[in-house]
Design a protein around this ligand. Structure first.
Ligand SMILES: *[C@@H]1O[C@H](CO)[C@@H](O)[C@H](O)[C@H]1NC(C)=O
Ligand SMILES: *[C@@H]1O[C@H](CO)[C@@H](O)[C@H](O)[C@H]1NC(C)=O
Ligand SMILES: *[C@@H]1O[C@H](CO)[C@@H](O)[C@H](O)[C@H]1NC(C)=O
Ligand SMILES: *[C@@H]1O[C@H](CO)[C@@H](O)[C@H](O)[C@H]1NC(C)=O
Ligand SMILES: *[C@@H]1O[C@H](CO)[C@@H](O)[C@H](O)[C@H]1NC(C)=O
Ligand SMILES: *[C@@H]1O[C@H](CO)[C@@H](O)[C@H](O)[C@H]1NC(C)=O
Length: 604
């Protein structure tokens, strides 16, 4: 309990103006007051919160007993203004977890975001992450607005069971079912999507009304712009008044990073974003128009999956009937399976919950697993079991499932503050509009997964959202930075395509460097490679890569059973055995971080 033994933590309180940020004027007084309290309590060696009446003072930090923190970290809450433009709004608290630099002198603090939006960041403050960023940084994982232990928390549903029952066996859980992706000119397909969109929209409307009643005004403070201001505020507490904000974010974390560098360019130090979503699209299009942008590399990734499976052969990848079978044959069997589920869903009596498997849910799972090459082998076994023995259990159980500790509408809390509200009633999307957008996405971008995004990325219904936030950032996106931002994109990322990384890079040609990992998966740690790991680590050590640097990948996507045995015994193939202990440690750290990111995104 109490304060960390943090001689490396600076928190100098001065009377200087807080010139650096464009934030509201009254704020610097609060920061200074908060820092004074923080500093005074440290001088007295008292935990901040033990000072009578200061528990919720803006700028204070309340540290938790170490038994409540993840191993090796210090954790607690930072009290921040709930609304940076209105001091009357009171206080919010941001849950943090810090893995401290093990090499001194430390350079500063790096804020971490795992994506979602809705992902809890406190888990990321871990030694594996320090291996990827550098030992001389404090790593600060935090729960962004509305999320996990940060308060106020998004909690629209009274109980987990209300939430589960609300979703169960609806289009929200089962995804959109496409009658057949083989002939999209069949008018029946769009007709059926309109019916499903009707259900989708009425459920979204219910959600919004529930949030309005149970959350009230608190719903206004969840947006990404607020989180940027929180990072600014916390950087000043932990690193000092003029300290720069350093940041690493993946997936939605790339949106937060793009907002950060463009809202507060003069405040920014080292920033890396990985797995890029397009912030222009995000902030200027309603959420039902996002997937067409996200799926630009999906079909390419799917084809790579099928081809790799075919090369691996039926023993390692049971979706293939023989080694080097044409990939189209495997694809065609999967389509036959999806089409059969349209007519006859599979019973799942003995799954994590008794239920049934629809075509929409099965396609959605394949899209989710394309993001995780480490699980491709497992995915092939799950689909093969379903196709060969009419048993959908493995697929159903692999779908993202809310847990008691994370179940609410956190993601909407963020996206509905970020996306533009409809400017007129004519812009409110109808069921026909939603179905038309799904059709367009299948026709123009991804015939197999164009309608399959909503299960993994549950957006929508912001047109019913009852509130607007205090601040909505929508560019410009062409900030100039002292030190360029690092952008990492994979060539086959099925949900955040490289075109989005290229877009940010082209908007900030002198203030960003793009590195390209030539391989599949969502975000670079999905397929760990030393080349990317070293470039990112060097970046945080002050060495900029050439723009456009390409990193190849080598990965055993469908290990045969002898390789699997080796992996269980702590070895994995010949190449790895020739690596130095240090390189192995790096690869293993990237693997752990990659899995952690995916688990957090999927709420497990
Ligand atoms: C696709 O469906 C349309 C409309 O039902 C039909 O006219 C067309 O012949 C079909 N095309 C193929 C290749 O089956
Ligand atoms: C959003 O993305 C889609 C698909 O890439 C594109 O057609 C549209 O113009 C984009 N909108 C903005 C504002 O970037
Ligand atoms: C289906 O597969 C699951 C998991 O492999 C197994 O537990 C179950 O017994 C199988 N059969 C049925 C009818 O669910
Ligand atoms: C909330 O934060 C705690 C502490 O870091 C963590 O153990 C837990 O997994 C988080 N919950 C979710 C749903 O991420
Ligand atoms: C950045 O973009 C804005 C809006 O598109 C434009 O007005 C401004 O001139 C641009 N600034 C630079 C430095 O290019
Ligand atoms: C950075 O490199 C990529 C890949 O080579 C290239 O497409 C892009 O135009 C480059 N960006 C700049 C600003 O030169």
């Amino acid at each position: 309990m109490g304060l960390p033994n943090d001689d490396v933590y600076k928190s100098s309180a001065t009377k200087d103006e807080r010139r650096a940020t464009k934030g509201p004027k009254w704020l610097h007084k609060l920061v200074v007051a908060g820092l004074l309290i923080f500093a005074a309590s440290r001088l007295l060696s008292l935990p901040c919160w033990s000072r009578h009446g200061s528990e919720r003072k803006v700028g204070t930090v309340k540290w938790s007993p170490s038994s409540e923190c993840n191993p090796g970290t210090i954790c607690g809450s930072v009290f921040v203004p709930k609304d940076y433009f209105n001091p009357e709004a009171g206080t919010a608290s941001v849950a943090i977890s810090v893995y401290k630099a093990t090499k001194l002198p430390k350079k500063g603090t790096v804020f971490l975001n795992p994506g979602g939006p809705g992902g809890s960041g406190t888990r990321l403050a871990a030694p594996e992450f320090a291996n990827l960023i550098g030992d001389d940084w404090d790593l600060l994982g935090f729960d962004p607005r509305g999320i996990n232990k940060t308060e106020p928390q998004v909690q629209c549903f009274d109980t987990f069971s209300d939430f589960s029952m609300f979703n169960a066996n609806t289009v929200l859980e089962q995804g959109f079912t496409v009658a057949s992706s083989r002939n999209l000119s069949d008018p029946e397909i769009e007709k059926q999507l309109v019916e499903q969109a009707r259900q989708f929209l009425v459920l979204k409307k219910s959600q919004a009304q529930l949030c309005a009643k149970n959350m009230g005004d608190d719903l206004r403070y969840m947006g990404t712009a607020n989180v940027v201001r929180d990072m600014d505020f916390m950087a000043q507490i932990f690193d000092g008044k003029d300290a720069k904000i350093n940041y690493w974010g993946a997936s939605y974390g790339s949106i937060l990073g793009a907002y950060l560098v463009n809202m507060l360019p003069h405040r920014v130090g080292f920033v890396t974003i990985d797995g890029i979503a397009d912030p222009v699209n995000w902030s200027t299009e309603p959420s039902h128009k996002w997937p067409i942008n996200w799926l630009a590399s999906t079909e390419k990734t799917y084809r790579f999956y099928l081809e790799t499976c075919s090369r691996a052969g039926p023993e390692a990848c049971p979706l293939a009937q023989y080694t080097d079978e044409p990939y189209e044959a495997i694809e065609s069997r999967l389509e036959t399976f999806f089409d059969s589920l349209v007519v006859t869903p599979l019973p799942v009596p003995f799954g994590s919950r008794p239920a049934y498997l629809t075509s929409g849910a099965a396609r959605a799972l394949l899209l989710i697993l394309l993001q995780r090459p480490i699980r491709w082998s497992e995915s092939a076994h799950a689909f093969a079991q379903a196709m060969n023995s009419a048993n959908g259990t493995l697929i159903f159980d692999a779908l993202p499932r809310p847990s008691k500790s994370s179940y609410d509408l956190v993601r909407l809390g963020v996206t509905c503050m970020d996306s533009p509200p409809p400017s007129s009633p004519k812009e409110v999307p109808t069921p026909e509009d939603l179905a038309a957008e799904l059709m367009k996405t299948m026709r123009e971008v991804s015939p197999h997964f164009g309608a399959s995004v909503s299960v993994g990325e549950p957006d929508g219904g912001c047109q019913y959202w009852p509130v607007k936030g205090p601040e909505r950032f929508a560019g410009p996106w062409n900030a100039s930075l002292e030190w360029p931002m690092l952008i990492v994109s994979n060539t086959m990322d099925p949900i955040t395509p490289i075109q989005s990384g290229l877009r940010i890079n082209s908007l900030m040609p002198d203030s960003s460097r793009l590195i390209i990992q030539d391989g599949p998966g969502h975000c670079s740690p999905a397929t760990p490679t030393l080349c990317t790991i070293n470039l990112v680590r060097n970046y945080f050590a002050g060495i900029l890569p050439e723009n456009g640097t390409m990193c190849g990948t080598e990965f055993d996507y469908f290990p045969d059973s002898s390789a699997k045995l080796e992996m269980e015994m702590g070895q994995s193939g010949d190449e790895v055995q020739t690596l130095s202990a240090e390189d192995r440690k790096m690869l293993e750290s990237a693997r752990v971080v990659g899995e952690m990111l995916q688990d957090i995104r999927q709420g497990s």
